[in-house]
Design a protein around this ligand. Structure first.
Ligand SMILES: [Zn+2]
Length: 87
């Protein structure tokens, strides 16, 4: 995905992409990640919207919360992502 877009334009593009994340494919997620990386844009909390392992966007993953740790199970590959909950 080569482009001459400015960093600002790419940030907007990324936000637009994540608005519709549930209809995206792992392939598209990979592209947007690459694009963000190429401009040193941090995805921050947006990374929690897809599986870290297979890059499939979460649709209705199993979520468990235990000891202030939130676990999200990927529907595609069963990878369990864990995040510390902020108090
Ligand atoms: Zn997965």
């Amino acid at each position: 995905m080569k482009s001459n877009l400015s960093k600002k334009e790419i940030q907007i593009k990324i936000l637009e992409f994540f608005k519709d994340i549930k209809n995206q494919t792992p392939k598209e997620v990979k592209k947007i990640k690459k694009l963000a990386m190429s401009k040193n844009i941090s995805l921050g909390g947006l990374r929690k919207k897809f599986c870290k392992k297979c890059l499939t966007p979460y649709k209705s993953p199993k979520i468990r919360i235990k000891n202030k740790i939130k676990s999200v199970v990927c529907e595609e590959c069963d990878y369990v992502a864990r995040w510390k909950l902020k108090l």
